[in-house]
Ligand binder design. Sequence first.
Ligand code: SAM
Length: 290
Amino acid sequence: MTETRMTSQAELRKYLRTFRLNAAPTSQASDESRAVVDHIDIAGRRIPRFTNEFWTAKQRQASSLHEVAYRACFKGQLPRFFIRLLSGAGDVIYDPFSGRGTTAIEAALLGRNVIANDINPLSRMLAKPRLRIPRPDDLAERLAQIPVEPSARADIDLAMFYYPKTEAEIVSLKNYLQTRRNDGNEDTLDAWIRMIATNRLTGHSPGFFSVYTLPPNQAVSPESQRKINQKRAQSPDYRDVKQLILRKSKSLLRGISPQQARQLAAIAENARFFTDDARKTRGIPTLPCS
Ligand SMILES: C[S@@+](CC[C@H](N)C(=O)[O-])C[C@H]1O[C@@H](n2cnc3c(N)ncnc32)[C@H](O)[C@@H]1O
């Protein structure tokens, strides 16, 4: 919701009464122009109803930048519809339950300012770095500089998930990122790498670091994973951590133009990401209701 255009429920109702879908012949508007408009009666009032589908299997129609796995995320077209309907360039869009940041990213792509909040700290880790788009060459150079200690292992046994060399690469990367953060040296490239690596830890396909297991951000116990391995007659094979990070990065960035990257960077200057309970977001000032 915006600060400058929608200051009261009355204004919002008035706006919705007079709203007509934008049928401009752009690719983004084409879905919206197919909306069906009819009316329903609520408490004796004739209310316009806009019916359309913004949550289809055609995920790739949204920006590639959204394609970070997260449970129960929606596709970019859904917030896009409401952001375009209810706000203008430079307004502030706030999502109190931001998840992977679909609303925040979409708002930034539309030139809106962004405030995002989610009680899960993973949300900020996944969303914030995508406003600072790295150059693939810089990313490759940074990854090449990160040292790998071949004997590095996690504190607990993860052999049922990872091939030993892969585990060494993951743990070395974790140690590097932790040191950079502790020393106050974490930069946008590090944050990007942390975001991609965290999202590649476990999954279904060879695009993830682990053997076949539950999708990203959903954990099974070592015992359950042993059973999965037994049932599927599988064991972890080598996954090249740095190559997979680069590959996923290129995939996320494939649809982003230099102009969009500049716009995202400009929005990033003032964007704010909180990890509070949405009922107590102390960092966000309460606006007077009119
Ligand atoms: C369905 S997900 C949102 C997904 C998001 N729309 C997207 O597309 O990425 C719901 C989110 O609400 C967050 N959440 C649940 N209760 C919360 C609370 N009390 N305060 C803040 N966030 C909360 C969860 O951590 C979760 O990330």
